[in-house]
Design a protein around this ligand. Sequence first.
Ligand code: SF4
Length: 220
Amino acid sequence: MTARLQQVYRELLQRFGPQHWWPARSPFEMMVGAILTQNTAWRNVERSIAALDDAGALLPRAMVKLSTDELQELIRSSGFFRQKSRYLHSLAQTIVNECQGDPLALLKGELSAVRRRLLALPGIGPETADSILLYAGLQPVFVVDAYTRRIFSRLGVLTGDESYSAIQAIFMDHLPHDASLFNEYHALLVHLAKVHCLSRKPRCEGCPLVGECENIFKTG
Ligand code: SF4
């Protein structure tokens, strides 16, 4: 399994090059983006981030001062804006109240304890928590998302109905615990899913993984 996972990584990196993730200028912006990107395309998140930035609200102390209506308006482009405004206010409030306004202080401590702390916040599930740990906290945690499940199911590594933690364990048990490797690997999978391994009709022609893929589409 180790050799297979490393081979996939090498092929993707060779073809696509480094992805320079996460596209954020600060740990708090990264956390905000991780919540806003739930169930929406990244281009919609970019518009919300730009609106928050223009309003000077990409700091926890500034965000908590926004009214619910103001915050909802600023993040409207990301969809589910009522829910997401509650999640963002809660995150910002926690950082202000418990971390003296320092987002990185939220991520300090023993990894599993920090992960539990994140998961206890509203709107933060395993994928969002692990994204924050990896991309804001620089912790060696492999992020699993729908793209990971789709690609590795088609490659024949997964059946597709494994749990989040079972899929994560496959990567964490067979790859070195290296935050920069996990950073790049996840970003490359997202890129592959967007340019080749599409949900309904994968564009297998030209895919760097076509030679080792067991999916039925590659001959279609
Ligand atoms: S060959 Fe096709 S199905 Fe397989 S990983 Fe590439 S795009 Fe996805």
